[in-house]
Design a protein around this ligand. Structure first.
Ligand code: SAM
Length: 280
């Protein structure tokens, strides 16, 4: 049984000529039971506006609306999808607004009312870029309560990774600094049309009221990007471009200058960011 009275997604794709474009990272979810499940993983949204990036033919959008989201604001770059999304908007009066354009260029805030959640199934490069932006505003808490995002499984593992593991890096630090981040669903390639080469996973990130440790977002982002860019090198060498006194800053943060980035936990990266910021 379908979750709504609109046509099945395969039919929507045929009617509107939405052959998937690789250049836009289009791998569509066609199973409306699955999209409703992902919508539920984002939380009970009766009292929330949901920002959806990349609705495509609207599978997740329909899941969010049928599961009761107060309002959905969807941003889609591919204009071919707009007629299909207009049909969904007509079926859910006053609950779906679609903005046409690149989510990296659009500020959605003037179209949203608090409280706000974010849900998306996005191409990999746009997804990580947006995630880093959502995690690093200068002030905290952010505009959103939670993010429910589909990633390649390998990226999802980088978000939730522990120190010492291969996947541990900038994404783990920025995510775990200000959120509780968990993989909540694993999906095989066959869940999508066309199937991508790799498996996917949904990550749910809940904003903490305050970051786990104080640090300046820009500095922490810069330090971790620099440290993990050369993750095999000792930190006194990989970070030497950040300060002439880098060894002093490392020691002040309880880090041995000979240690490597993947050995350093979140607390000590934050201490290092504070030490560098205080001297800049
Ligand atoms: N949400 C749909 C689903 O789950 O079936 C589509 C997912 S598909 C992986 C990614 C969607 O993001 C496509 O519809 C694509 O056109 C859109 N997209 C790609 N880059 C975008 C960008 N920069 N801004 C907004 N949408 C984008």
């Amino acid at each position: 049984m379908s979750i709504d009275t609109l046509p099945p997604l395969r039919q929507v794709i045929d009617t509107h000529g939405l052959a998937a474009k690789k250049s836009l990272g289009q791998n569509f979810l066609l199973d409306l039971n699955l999209t409703a499940k992902i919508a539920r993983l984002s939380g009970k949204n009766e009292g929330h506006d949901v920002l959806e990036i990349g609705p495509g033919p609207g599978g997740l959008t329909r899941g969010l609306l049928s599961e009761g989201a107060r309002r959905v604001l969807a941003i889609e770059k591919d204009e071919r999808c707009l007629p299909a999304l207009a049909e969904i908007a007509a079926a859910y009066p006053d609950r779906l607004q679609v903005l046409s354009g690149d989510a990296l260029d659009i500020n959605p805030l003037e179209h949203l009312n608090q409280p706000i959640r974010v849900a998306a199934n996005l191409p990999y490069n746009v997804g990580t870029e947006l995630l880093v932006r959502w995690l690093t505003p200068p002030e905290w808490p952010p505009f959103w309560d939670s993010l429910t995002l589909m990633f390649q499984r390998e990226v999802a593992q980088r978000i939730t990774a522990e120190p010492g593991s291969k996947a541990y890096g900038r994404l783990a630090i920025l995510s775990q600094w200000r959120t509780d981040a968990q993989i909540v669903l694993n999906l095989p390639p066959e869940a999508f049309s066309p199937p991508p080469k790799v498996s996917s996973a949904v990550v749910h990130l809940t904003a903490l009221p305050e970051p786990r440790f104080p640090a300046d977002a820009k500095t922490l982002q810069h330090v971790t990007a620099t440290a993990f860019n050369q993750r095999r090198k000792m930190l006194r060498s990989s970070l030497k471009g950040l300060s002439a006194q880098i060894e002093d800053h490392l020691i002040a943060a309880d880090i041995k200058p000979t240690q490597r980035a993947e050995e350093i936990d979140l607390e000590r990266f934050c201490a290092l960011a504070r030490s560098l910021k205080n001297n800049s």
